[in-house]
Design a protein around this ligand. Structure first.
Ligand code: NAP
Length: 490
């Protein structure tokens, strides 16, 4: 699609965030010949979550040939599941290659964005105190950008170091130290095996067990990299195959505890029981169906729990004292405590303060839960778009694919607005309600609706993070803009 109407209309676009999704939008705008955009990024570089999550062995559990942009496929990924430095390098290289850096103001977060109804523009205030005018405002801050640290009594008296996994302290050497880790999610299971080899002891606090699927990572041999470079079809085939296999996995999540889910559960249980020693076996097998919480991929996590210097505690961490942690009345001295306790996932776009028509803030509009059109648009918030917003997360496939679909949709919306010579575009409230109705219906059938607590749900138990279906279903739903669902205003 040429987006020529959009190009000629030259809207001033402000993008919040230069992570994967902000970069994707910036690149696609630039490729379409639109250069009237400005990106504000709170960090000193691009990469978002991949810049921040540099804990040891941080990596992605979606294969790299798929966890990368369709328009910039890298042929020389070193391994099936690349680690963080290689992924970050990929996004940084994309920013350079497509000439995006001059459009980004680093070390500058967006604090608020207020829509002015009379002037039909957004006033966007950044952390340097400057207020910018924008015709279109796009949030690309993602779902996993604000570390969550539980309030635990006595933490301020603790003499050792504490930090969150997404703010890893590279300056603290944990060799030979006693370390407590709180949380056993996707981040913890990646750094735990290395930590257990380095530290004197590791005490892991688990609130609930997770299903662990083998990672089976492997390095690409030279001939495969050669083939991916010189036979682009081979690479496309490889990427397409990974996509199809990932999509097929959704069968086990689509309809609650269906046959596929029960069989998968049996298979995982067998494997996990075999990997665990008698001491920990009963603690590591979850009591909910696989997929209800995110399934974790690792080939050495359970084996690490079997080590003599690792202690798995399923009781709560009651409090800190000056020397360490206390659980069930027992004091365990530790030199450091690492919170691998995840992120604030349900306060979308926060801490940015976004105000749309009639002075309504997005935070207010999202009580008790978000109602959006396709997770990208909100009624009453004209010319506001979100990337990786509510109900756009996946548990089985690449989020980059989802974001590319969203960027395509946003560009098509802006082009439709330009073609109509409209100043404003926003979804009709009735279209949002109809979409929400269908979404809730579909979500109710999925495995995430099951009886488990997960970051996919808000405090009221509504699933606010995940899309209901396959990535292909999202592509089908977003590849065309249904203008009947939208209001255009001169
Ligand atoms: P997470 O998966 O949400 O795990 C947080 C862990 O902390 C869970 O074990 C949780 O227990 C525990 N926890 C939270 N609050 C607690 C509290 N108050 N007291 C005790 N324990 C508490 O967070 P994460 O590991 O940082 O990963 C977040 C997401 O980031 C992942 O799901 C994934 O989408 C993404 N990620 C992806 C990769 C990848 O390979 N693609 C790697 C890392 C992260 P409960 O389970 O009981 O809630």
């Amino acid at each position: 699609m040429s987006f020529s109407a959009l190009r000629h209309s030259s809207p001033r676009i402000i993008i919040a965030g230069a992570g994967m999704s902000g970069l994707c939008l910036a690149i696609q705008l630039k490729r379409a010949g639109i250069e009237t955009f400005q990106v504000f990024e709170k960090s000193p570089d691009v990469g978002g979550t991949w810049l921040e999550n540099h804990y040891p062995n941080s990596g992605c559990d979606i294969p790299s040939h798929l966890y990368s942009f369709s328009f910039d496929r890298r042929h020389d990924w070193s391994q099936k599941y690349a680690r963080q430095p290689e992924i970050l390098n990929y996004f940084q290289t994309c920013a350079d290659k497509f000439g995006i850096r001059p459009f980004i103001q680093f070390n500058t977060g967006i604090e608020k964005a207020i829509f002015d109804e009379s002037e039909k523009i957004w006033y966007v205030t950044t952390s340097d105190g400057i207020t910018h005018e924008a015709d279109v405002f796009v949030s690309a801050v993602g779902q996993l950008n604000r570390p969550k640290i539980p309030q635990i009594e006595g933490v301020e008296q603790f003499q050792g170091d504490t930090w969150h996994s997404a703010r890893w302290r590279d300056d603290v050497d944990l060799s030979g130290k006693d370390v407590a880790v709180i949380g056993n999610g996707a981040s913890a299971i990646q750094f735990l095996p290395g930590l257990a080899q380095q530290a004197k002891s590791v005490t892991l606090f688990q609130r609930s067990a997770n299903w662990i699927h083998p990672l089976n990572n492997y390095r690409y041999p030279a001939w495969a990299k050669w083939a991916f470079r010189w036979l682009p079809f081979a690479q496309r085939l490889h990427r397409g195959w990974i996509f199809l296999v990932s999509e097929a996995r959704f069968v086990a999540f689509a309809n609650g505890e269906n046959f596929a889910n029960r069989e998968y559960r049996r298979w995982l249980t067998r494997r996990m029981k075999k990997a665990a020693t008698n001491e920990i076996r009963s603690q590591v097998i979850p009591d909910y169906p696989p997929g209800c919480k995110r399934i974790l991929l690792s080939s050495d996590y359970i084996e690490t729990l079997n080590r003599e210097n690792v202690r798995l505690i399923s009781a709560p961490l009651e409090k800190f004292d000056s020397a360490g942690v206390v659980t069930q009345g027992e004091s365990i001295p530790v030199d450091a405590a690492i919170f691998a306790t995840g992120f604030e996932t349900t306060g979308f776009l926060q801490p940015m303060h976004i105000v749309g028509r009639n002075g309504l803030s997005l935070e207010e509009a999202y009580q008790p839960r978000p109602h959006t059109l396709l997770g990208m648009m909100n009624a009453g918030f004209p010319n506001l778009f979100m990337l990786y917003g509510p109900n756009t997360n996946l548990g089985h496939n690449s989020i980059i694919f989802m974001v590319e679909c969203q960027v395509n949709f946003v560009l098509k919306c802006l082009n439709a607005k330009a073609q109509r010579k409209s100043q404003l575009i926003e979804p009709k409230p009735e279209a949002v309600e109809e979409y929400d109705h269908q979404l809730q219906d579909k979500l109710e059938a999925t495995i995430w609706a099951g009886d488990c607590a997960s970051w996919y749900k808000n405090a009221q138990g509504s699933i606010v993070n995940n899309w209901w279906g396959t990535a292909t279903a999202f592509w089908r739903r977003t590849r065309k803009v249904d203008e009947n669902q939208l209001k255009f205003e001169e």
